[in-house]
Ligand binder design. Structure first.
Ligand code: 9MG
Length: 263
């Protein structure tokens, strides 16, 4: 899953048309490098990020979703928590919803159920604005994440979402210290007990920066190591910025994991 952020600071400021064109070219490049899904997001979920209104989010996301579907025939995931954005994106041909708030906003469960689309439910406590202020868990982090995701799956099923349409994400970097993130990845097999496909995103995140003391533009090797470990621990979709190198790392890991499977 290639990341396509369409927040105002992500692309050229040469006007709407130029920005849309830049987004399309970037998506085209990620597809050529082997991405199966393009994740389009109009809300920054970085720690401390300011909230955006559904209208602002739609203005950013809708033209890109429409163009990706029409011009590239891409499988588009929409990174949103807003029911309005879910509804409109589904109407424009999006193929998946990626919600870092796991459908907890008012109306989100209903909008997602009505869309019929697959949904990724991610673990996060609080909001991006405050989630990194002293994150704390009363039980081991992997148990807290598993309990949260199990409860969200139950809420989804009660709202009419089909279990085969759900994916789960532990939410690396969301309300977690570096130690929480390392422990969660080390013990990610715990989440396989929930019997749903796992999606993870660690690309360029601060856990790499903190362990390796690298600025964001030097985090690729660390991210590839994490991608390989995540696949080995059951992740089936990786949300990444650097698609080409990630596809190679994943395919190499997979070849080792498959060794002897067809003999
Ligand atoms: C939008 N976004 C940013 N980080 C993410 C992650 O780790 N997982 C998912 N599903 N979405 C994310």
């Amino acid at each position: 899953m290639g990341i396509l952020n369409v927040t105002p600071d992500s692309f050229s400021d040469g006007g709407r048309h130029v920005a849309l064109d830049d987004a399309l070219r970037r998506a085209e490049q990620m597809l050529a490098e082997g991405a199966a899904i393009i994740d389009v997001g109009g809300e920054s979920t970085r720690p401390g990020a300011a909230p955006v209104s559904p209208r602002q989010e739609l203005d950013r996301v809708a033209p890109v979703v429409e163009a990706l579907v029409r011009e590239l025939d891409a499988l588009v995931s929409v990174d949103t928590s807003s029911p309005e954005v879910m509804r409109e994106s589904a109407a424009l041909g999006a193929g998946m919803i990626n919600d870092v708030r796991a459908l907890r906003r008012d109306g989100a469960l209903q909008a997602a159920a009505h869309s019929g689309l697959p949904v990724c439910l991610m673990h996060m406590l609080g909001e991006p604005g405050d989630m990194q202020v002293a994150p704390h868990y009363e039980v081991p982090v992997e148990e807290a994440v598993a309990d949260f995701l199990e409860a969200r799956v139950a809420a989804c099923l009660a709202a009419g979402l089909r279990p085969e349409r759900l994916l789960l994400d532990p939410g690396f970097g969301f309300a977690k210290t570096v130690e929480h993130n390392l422990r969660l990845l080390h013990r990610m097999e715990r989440l396989q007990a929930l019997k749903l496909p796992l999606l993870v995103g660690m690309s360029r995140k601060s856990m790499i920066g903190k362990v390796l003391e690298r600025p964001v533009e030097e985090r690729l090797p660390g991210g590839l190591a994490l991608a390989a470990l995540a696949v080995e621990r059951g992740a089936r979709i990786l949300r990444v910025h650097d698609v080409g190198p990630s596809v190679d790392a994943i395919n190499m890991t997979w070849a080792v994991l498959q060794e002897g499977c067809d003999s």
